[in-house]
Design a protein around this ligand. Structure first.
Ligand code: SF4
Length: 301
């Protein structure tokens, strides 16, 4: 990493932490800041009642006449760090009173942003598994706390660990282009991983590490209540669906994660190594887009 990269990463973290701090202040009723905040600051987001589609009604993969994955791999992309939203970096807030955090996290009447902030507070400087030993940053998650679409990968890699933001390396840039190809932005979806700390040498997380960390992801899903989940890669799919079947068998057809439609597809890192995977992934994304349209969820067409 060059000095410029390090500076940019630090700036992105500081910006994220500051924005989160503002949002948490807002959620806690502070209204006296002298400076103007972001357009979303203080805006209550109303979500329509959740209509869970019946999994059996979802159509099988339709062949894509053309797919933009070829150009996606070549297209210049803004860096993920530059488009990162709050809830990705270290927190500046003081810890809440003992007992209050659990109430905040589980209080469904509170805004998702506030509940996510409480969850991040709860995780703290987590030492609950051995992945804490060599991590630089906890990679909590990034994006819209009210997202309709949530994308879940396996674990942070080197770049993610350095920046504290999920999917910011080459695979992350490809994921950003995949999201854009669906008519969305990183700011409109929510991105997280099964575990929040980088496994050494990017090995798969081990069972006890998942056991320690997965409850945080479950709570995030519960708070965000996405209408659709995309599981990225074999490991995420196996963990979320509690299956031993591989991604080759599972991708391209709808599954259910506690009633939420889940589309398994290849991890962007796999696509960087296997060009042939681009076409089936584009087919998977088309299924997701069709389902979003059927549910009336917002995206640009
Ligand atoms: S991977 Fe999860 S449980 Fe393990 S130390 Fe990191 S945040 Fe804690």
């Amino acid at each position: 990493m060059t000095a410029d990269d390090a500076l940019r990463a630090e700036l992105a973290q500081l910006t994220s932490a500051f924005a989160l701090h503002l949002r948490l202040l807002d959620a806690r009723g502070v209204r006296t800041l002298p400076a103007a905040a972001s357009p979303r600051f203080g805006v209550a987001v109303e979500r329509p009642a959740i209509e869970r589609p019946a999994i059996e009604h979802l159509s099988p993969a339709s062949p894509a006449a053309e797919h933009p994955m070829e150009s996606l791999l070549e297209a210049p992309a803004e860096t993920a760090a530059a488009s990162a939203q709050p809830l990705a970096g270290p927190l500046a807030d003081p810890p809440a009173e003992p007992g209050a955090l659990d109430d905040l996290i589980d209080d469904g009447s509170r805004p998702p942003l506030e509940r996510l902030g409480a969850l991040r507070d709860h995780i703290g400087d987590c030492q609950r598994c051995r992945l804490s030993n060599k991590r630089k940053n906890i990679v909590f998650g990034v994006g819209n706390p009210d997202a309709d679409l949530m994308l879940i990968g396996e674990a942070p890699g080197f770049d993610e660990d350095q920046q504290g933001i999920p999917f910011v390396g080459k695979a992350g840039q490809l994921l950003t282009r995949m999201i854009k190809a669906m008519g969305l932005t990183r700011e409109e979806v929510y991105i997280a991983n099964i575990v929040k700390c980088r496994p050494p040498q990017n090995r798969d997380p081990e069972a006890d590490e998942i056991d320690a960390c997965e409850p945080f992801l479950k709570k995030q899903i519960d708070i965000i209540a996405p209408r659709i989940i995309i599981a990225l890669g074999s490991f995420a799919v196996k963990t979320l669906l509690r299956t031993t079947s591989g991604i080759m068998r599972l991708r391209g057809s709808w599954k259910s994660y506690h009633g939420i439609p889940l589309m398994p597809t290849f991890h962007p890192a796999y696509l960087l190594r296997n060009e042939a995977g681009k076409r089936p992934v584009w087919g998977d994304l088309q299924l997701v887009m069709a389902e979003m349209d059927r549910l009336g969820l917002e995206r640009r067409r």
